[in-house]
Write a protein that binds this ligand. Structure first.
Ligand code: PAF
Length: 296
């Protein structure tokens, strides 16, 4: 069967009811479109796990704290549909805004703790918007499984919390970050980097990796973070929103990496906000943090 494009909740639910009647499981990949290989890796994971696969495309206004960012967000439905066609998913769900936020809609799903700080600090209301739309889409699609990338690690923890706290039946499956050959984490926002900025962007991943290694070897955390911050500015980033170590999976702010931890960064380059994160490896040798982060 060719992929169906569905825009109405009622039609989607007629379809999922049919699948349920035949005892089939449903895997769902939630996206805002502008699909890249990172999304496709989630779709492949869904195809391997579930009998039926739905990909949703909805640019969710409630998770944008900046109207200009919402306006500039790429909307590429036709090319997204072409990209998905060869993967043989069952349904592309592109809900009209009123299918998600009908008139009178007044409920917000708000998660405390893991939403605090990092992107939650810099983008007020962002994770309320994410948690609300994810809850709605998982219920509308009747998902058994949904697939989230480690790239948006704080989002992944927020969604896990929602599923757990609200007894959603959906299993949240984490998938590794997919990177370009030069190490840049794939993101729909990368389309907005000009060619000069695109050449600089992979420095973020490299700086993150060196800092994670220094910290993993027992180097001084605040010194490693400061060195990394400066390395980004020297490489040409305009501003660093955060460079922080957090406990994993609780995402509590920590000053020493003496427990499972992750390093998180968000920085602006040519008007585009890039984020990335890596686990702090458990290493043995001590390294001088002054050796870290040579700009490209
Ligand atoms: O990661 C995204 O693309 C969005 O935050 C999501 C999960 C589709 C919710 O709008």
């Amino acid at each position: 069967m060719p992929m169906r494009i569905i825009r109405q909740k009622a039609k989607l639910q007629a379809q999922t009811r049919d699948w349920r009647r035949s005892g089939e499981t449903i895997g769902v990949v939630l996206t805002m479109g502008a699909l890249h290989d990172g999304h496709l890796s989630l779709v492949r994971a869904a195809l391997a796990r579930a009998d039926r696969v739905i990909v949703t495309v909805f640019v969710n206004p409630r998770q944008f704290n900046n109207p200009e960012d919402l306006e500039n967000y790429p909307r590429t439905e036709e090319s997204d549909a072409r990209t998905l066609a060869p993967l043989k998913i069952d349904t592309l769900y592109v809900p009209a805004p009123e299918e998600i936020y009908p008139s009178g809609f007044s409920t917000t799903v708000s998660v405390s703790g893991v939403s605090d700080g990092l992107c939650g600090g810099d983008r007020p209301g962002h994770f309320d918007g994410v948690a609300t739309v994810v809850t709605k889409l998982l219920l509308q699609t009747d998902a058994d499984y949904t697939f989230f990338g480690d790239k948006d690690y704080q989002q992944l923890q927020v969604v896990r919390r929602v599923a757990n706290d609200l007894d959603l039946k959906t299993e949240i499956v984490a998938c590794p970050t997919v990177r370009e050959e030069d190490g840049l984490a794939m993101s729909s926002r990368n389309l907005r980097l000009g060619s000069g900025a695109r050449a600089t962007a992979p420095v973020l991943g490299r700086v993150l990796e060196s800092a994670a290694n220094v910290i993993g070897r027992g180097g001084n955390v605040s010194q490693a973070l400061e060195t990394a911050h400066q390395a980004l500015l020297v490489a040409g980033f305009d501003k660093v929103d955060y460079f922080e170590v957090r406990s994993d999976p609780g995402l509590l702010a920590i000053e020493t990496a003496d427990q499972p931890a992750r390093l998180f960064a968000a920085a602006w380059l040519n008007g585009v906000r890039l984020i990335d994160n890596l686990p702090i490896p458990v290493l043995t040798q001590t390294t001088n943090s002054a050796q870290l982060c040579e700009p490209a």
